[in-house]
Design a protein around this ligand. Structure first.
Ligand code: SAM
Length: 275
């Protein structure tokens, strides 16, 4: 199975804490050309009553709420949830510093432990592509939503960060002396191009709001930290000393390239609303 949906890997390595996610958020925050903060843009799209029961699936370190802290409606009862215990601990730390009515629960999106028609709003940002049985998760979300309740789910498109894969394939993989197949970032199970069809199996109305952006990266280190955070090179090479050497050489090559100007990285991201 793809590591993107391998739950033992996701909980035990990739999302055992928020370090990997932070490296990726850092690159986006520092080098995005669109200066509107993505998490705030997401919040702007949400239409929900002032009194609402809200469930966030795959909350990670509660980044979405931290970025919108001063405008969380007082009347929202919010359950922050994640599959990974380590992530949920990070969410608790962040949540306890914010003025909002949060509670916390370990939840796999495939089996949501709430009664039918319980929530007004479910938020599932950049996480549905990690779920092994996507149809089951969408059916569970529909089940726990009240009639007229809404799902908001951000995800990426096919070309998102494609220059990163190109860089890995051209500059890193050939030096790693590994025959292991390399898993590309492209081809997520739930992406901008196919998400509508998936959601329409359970929801009558599905809308897509694209977010227009790209990166202009001017520093080698955060670019390489992003690559490292994906853990995909570590999975194809056992010799970590060799990997460290190859990354160091890549930094030198990148620094030279950056003298000619910023590195352009495509972003393809957006938000589905389903109701
Ligand atoms: C890319 S992070 C997104 C975090 C956050 N939603 C955000 O947008 O910043 C994906 C999160 O989904 C969680 N996750 C993965 N599979 C899950 C599942 N089946 N059910 C619930 N959460 C899951 C991971 O542990 C991780 O915290």
């Amino acid at each position: 199975m793809s590591r993107t949906r391998d739950q033992a890997y996701l909980v035990g390595e990739q999302y055992k804490n928020a370090d990997n996610l932070r490296a990726r958020i850092d690159l986006h925050e520092r080098f995005s050309s669109n200066k509107e903060v993505f998490a705030r843009w997401l919040f702007d799209q949400i239409i929900a009553p002032p009194e609402a029961k809200v469930l966030e699936l795959g909350t990670g370190p509660a980044h979405f709420w931290r970025k919108n802290s001063e405008r969380i409606p007082q009347g929202w009862q919010i359950t922050l949830s994640d599959l990974s215990p380590g992530m949920l601990e990070e969410a608790k730390k962040v949540g306890s510093s914010l003025m909002a009515d949060f509670d916390y629960k370990l939840i796999d999106a495939q089996t949501i432990p709430f009664a039918d028609a319980h929530f007004d709003l479910v938020i599932a940002n950049h996480m549905l592509y990690h779920v092994p049985d996507l149809d089951k998760a969408i059916a569970e979300i529909r089940r726990v939503l009240k009639p007229g309740g809404k799902l908001y789910a951000a995800t990426n498109g096919q070309d998102h960060m494609k220059e990163l894969d190109q860089f890995i394939l051209e500059h890193l993989k050939p030096k790693l002396d590994s025959e292991q197949p390399f898993e590309l970032l492209q081809g997520l199970s739930f992406r901008l191009e196919n998400g509508k069809e998936t959601l329409q199996k359970q929801f009558d109305n599905v809308e897509l709001y694209p977010f227009d952006d790209h990166l202009e990266v001017t520093e080698a280190e955060p670019f390489l930290a992003y690559i490292y955070s994906m853990n995909r090179l570590q999975s194809i090479v056992l010799d970590q000393a060799l990997l460290a050497k190859v990354m160091q050489e890549a930094k030198v090559a990148l620094d030279q390239k950056l003298e000619l100007g910023p590195i352009y990285v495509t972003k393809s991201t957006g938000l589905f609303a389903a109701f």
